[in-house]
Each structure stands twice: as C-alpha cells, then as structure tokens.
Design a protein. Structure first.
Length: 334
C-alpha cells in the first residue's frame, strides 16, 4: 500500500513539472516579473516627484494666565498640508515626525474679552523645528483658530498641610510646623471658591528626622480650581528632647469669700519632654494648674478632682502629672 502511494505522489510531481515547463507558463512568469519591475520603477519615480500630504498635530496650550480658563470646546488638534518629494513625505508618515506644537497663550492676539486668535505664523514657527528645509507648508486646517476663555474669580485661602512626621528616637517636633506661603490665591468659579475655607496639600511623609526638615509639597486642588503657585514649602522644626520635672501648686480661681478650699496634696509633680536647647529656660512660671471653683463644686460629692495643666509653652510635650487626681474639702463659713 505504501509503495502505491509513493508511486502516485512521484507521478503527480512529474506531471506538475511538465505542466509548468510549458511555454505559455514561462511567458506568464516573465510578464509578471516585468509588471513587478515596472511597478518598482514607477514607485521610485513617483517618490522623486513633488507631492502633497496632510498631517495632523496636537495643540498644547501653555502660559495660561492664572485668572483665565480655556473652555473645553477649544480645538486640541489641527492639520497641515505639506509639499515635498514623495520619499520625504513618506519619511514623515512612517517616523511620526510631526508631533505637537506649544501655543503660548500670553503671546496670542486678544480679539475680545473672551476670544483669542492663533496666528498661522505661530504654527509655522512651531512646525519649522520639525520639518526638513525642503518641505513647504501649503495650508492649515482650520485656516483660522479662535480660542474661547473665561475670566475666573479669585480669593486668598489658607493652606493646611497633610504631612506625616516620624522622628528618630529621642527627637521630637520642637515648634509649630510652618507652611510657606501660609496662604495662596486660588482661581475658579465663585460657586466653588465660596466652599473653600482652606486648601490642603497632597499627603506626604518625612521620616527619620533628627533635625529641622523641609519638603516641597503640591497642593491638592479640586477640579476646576487653579492656584497662583502649585507647591508650598513645609518646614518641620525638630530637636533632641530630654525630660524635666517641675513641682507646681494647684490653684483655684474665683473662690467665694465665705468658702475655704482645702486640697490634698496641694501641689503635684510635672514630668515633661522639652528641647535640650530650652532645658535651662523652663521655670515654674511658664506652667500653671488653675481649676475653676465651679468644677470643685461639681465634684464635691466624690471629693476628688482630676488635675490638668491649664498653661504651658507649645514646645513642651507629653506632660505627666503625679498624682493626676487629688482629694479636696470645701468649707463654708457664714
């Protein structure tokens, strides 16, 4: 069976060879070869001739004044008709040579309070950097580009930082965190701006601080709102901290003349953290425990009251009061 199949296959190959060696097939192959050769010559010749082709490019708007906003219906693309040798135009096509053109809004001709005109000369200069010197510009589409814009409302708004701070062991934030500038001018519709009492920064983190740190952070602007500046500088004062103990009396405000308040104990110890540079400057006068008499009256039944610091410098942190609760007696005299 295998010998029969082999013989049939060899017979088919032999007959096919004889068929394609006939004269008419030779002539057909020769004709096709001449047609292909003629096409190649025609293509080479046509690429050497002048031709025209249209290319699309993107419009990128820059230097937009803060108090302006461009409307969404403004053109984002335009096209140009170029003339050059066919091979040059083919080079532009395959290499994507025509890219975007930057349009500086501040350089445009203002036609009215809401209209701007992009001169073709500006487009020509932008394209000239991307074209070979032999290429000429025939026309633009659209022939005239008009931009529409609106004036924005503005207001000064406080900046609130969203900064996470992690200091090295033994170091702490020693003073208020500073944002520079503390306020920025926002631009947008009055409807949106009226809802913004403050503007936040983008979330950021400063880690491993052992000295004062600085970071530039972008503003977290809502949609439709612009700012005169896009970033602010945040300064975090950091110092090495130490512990200090201070003995303070418990004071009471507004004791009526016919009452006597007896507190046990009448003074407490304060243990707190503070910057090493300020260790010697801290005195008892900088801290105070002063509790209103009304609070003693409210707690008279149980005869105990929780003690708290009512005044301290901002750079003192983690105060611990010992004891944090004291007993008292209120005596009334006629």
């Amino acid at each position: 069976m295998q010998n029969k199949l082999k013989s049939a296959f060899e017979s088919l190959i032999l007959k096919s060879g004889v068929y394609f060696h006939r004269q008419q097939w030779k002539e057909i192959f020769i004709f096709i070869a001449f047609v292909l050769l003629a096409f190649v010559f025609w293509l080479v010749q046509s690429l050497q001739d002048d031709a025209e082709r249209r290319f699309e490019f993107t419009l990128r708007y820059k230097n937009i004044p803060d108090e302006w906003t461009l409307l969404d219906n403004n053109p984002k693309t335009a096209s140009v008709l170029l003339r050059d040798k066919g091979n040059t135009l083919l080079y532009y096509y395959w290499n994507k040579r025509i890219h975007s053109i930057d349009i500086s809004i501040t350089d445009l001709q203002q036609m009215s309070d809401s209209l701007l005109k992009i001169p073709n000369r500006m487009l020509e200069l932008g394209l000239a950097k991307q074209l070979i010197t032999s290429t000429s510009i025939v026309a633009f589409e659209p022939n005239e580009i008009i931009l529409h814009y609106d004036m924005l409302s503005n207001r000064m708004t406080k900046v609130l930082s969203q900064l996470s701070i992690i200091t090295k062991p033994g170091f702490q934030v020693s003073d208020s965190i500073r944002v520079s500038p503390p306020e920025v001018r926002l631009f947008g519709s009055s409807k949106i701006l009226d809802t913004l009492n403050q503007i936040k920064t983008k979330p950021a983190t400063l880690e491993g601080l052992s000295k004062t740190g600085e970071i530039n952070v972008r503003l977290d602007l809502p949609a439709g709102v612009k700012a005169a500046i896009e970033t602010v500088k945040i300064t975090v004062p950091v110092e090495e901290f130490t512990e200090k103990k201070i003995h303070l009396p418990i004071l009471c405000a507004d004791i009526p003349d016919n009452y006597v308040l007896r507190i046990f104990p009448s003074s407490v110890d304060i243990s707190c953290n503070l910057p090493i540079s300020l260790f010697r400057e801290v005195t008892e006068e900088m801290l105070e425990i002063r509790i209103p008499f009304d609070e003693f009256v409210e707690n008279q039944t149980k005869g105990k009251i929780t003690v708290r610091l009512t005044r301290k410098p901002a750079w003192i942190s983690n105060p611990v009061i010992t004891p944090n609760e004291v007993e008292f007696i209120i005596e009334h005299h006629d």
